[in-house]
Ligand binder design. Structure first.
Ligand SMILES: Nc1ncnc2c1ncn2[C@@H]1O[C@H](COP(=O)(O)OP(=O)(O)OP(=O)(O)O)[C@@H](O)[C@H]1O
Ligand SMILES: [Mg+2]
Length: 319
């Protein structure tokens, strides 16, 4: 069964077409990732699905409810973790959760038990009586996940759940999500611009400039690259590129001072190539393609750039 369904879903802000009519579905119990660079339209898409933004074009259903006409039903059936923190820093974890339970009409009887289960699972039980402003970034994120799940939603939406967290904390958050998915048959829809994290999703959609560039499992996306990626550094990279084009009919590109190209089978290609190559090689390596390679091939640019790093830094400082 499809838990999320969109058909030509789009959003325009004045002249900016933030989301250009995307169509996709998310299956029940799936961890589905929306992967794209800054400004790609990830938050705008999530906000339309969560009924926080009215679409300019198209249709969407979440849990079978129409995001335009059944907003309350959609809202009651989903949990949401926003890109930017929305906890009350001057309240304790417990108080934040109780407030949410009240807003969602969670009955008192089930509320305390659910709070205990979630706080225990997310390893916050011991800190439940402390004010949120004393929490680390990772603890705040965990509390937001607990809050998002308090009213037993069928789908959890997370907008960049691990942004700005250190690698260990990011890894833990993924463990919690996988655990929760298994326990509650939860469907998880998340956005990220971390490629390594997208590998944890069952399926991912690459979004770029408001359009879906590809949608499949991480393995299928990488296999579709058809082969291995060779990276080399020559004394003169430009000359090396010319030789690769003319003699081998390859399509090399220079990125970060390295020449990169794809070949069907790296280990067969490499020995003969190294013997016959006329440029002096400083280094050469072969590897399986990553999602970064796939994104680059599909869109012509890398998902992370310096600008994205700077934006992320700023977000981290703001926290
Ligand atoms: N309220 C708004 N008014 C005008 N333009 C907007 C508004 N919100 C978003 N945009 C524009 O829409 C586009 C998509 O923005 P969106 O926030 O959905 O991207 P994103 O993929 O979530 O990016 P990020 O990775 O930075 O969170 C951007 O060009 C952005 O500038
Ligand atoms: Mg965003």
């Amino acid at each position: 069964m499809d838990v999320i369904n969109t058909e030509n879903l789009g959003k325009r802000y004045g002249q900016v077409e933030a989301v250009k009519g995307v169509s996709f579905s998310v299956r029940e119990g799936e961890i589905f990732g929306f992967l794209g660079p800054n400004g790609a339209g990830k938050t705008t898409t999530i906000n339309m699905l969560c009924t926080l933004l009215v679409p300019s074009t198209g249709e969407a259903t979440v849990n079978g409810y129409d995001v335009r006409r059944q907003r309350n039903e959609v809202r009651r059936s989903i949990g949401l973790v926003f890109q930017d923190p929305t906890l009350d820093e001057y309240l304790t974890a417990e108080q934040n959760l109780r407030f949410h339970a009240y807003a969602y009409g969670v009955p008192k009887g089930t509320r305390e038990r659910r709070m205990r289960d979630l706080l225990t699972l997310l390893e916050l039980w011991d800190r439940r009586k402390h004010k949120v402003r004393t929490y680390s970034g990772g603890m705040k994120r965990r509390l937001e996940i607990a809050r998002g799940l308090l009213h037993h939603p069928r789908v959890l939406f997370l907008d960049e759940p691990t942004l700005g967290l250190d690698p260990q904390t990011r890894h833990r958050i993924w463990e919690y999500l996988q655990d929760l998915r298994a326990r509650e048959n939860l469907t998880v829809f998340l956005t990220t611009h971390y490629m390594d994290e997208a590998e944890n999703c069952e399926r991912i959609a690459f979004i770029d400039h408001g359009e879906i560039a590809a949608l499949d499992t991480p393995d299928n996306l990488k296999n579709a690259m058809g082969g291995d990626v060779v990276t080399l550094k020559a004394e003169d990279n430009e000359l090396a590129c010319r030789e690769l084009r003319q003699r081998y009919g390859l399509a090399p590109e220079v990125r970060n001072g390295m020449v990169t190209f794809s070949v069907p089978q790296g280990e067969e290609f490499l020995p003969g190539f190294v013997r016959g190559f006329e440029q002096r090689l400083l280094s050469i390596g072969v590897r399986r393609p990553t999602l970064d390679d796939v994104f680059l091939k599909l869109t012509g640019h890398a998902i992370r750039d310096q600008e994205a790093d700077a934006v992320e830094q700023m977000r981290q400082w703001r926290r």
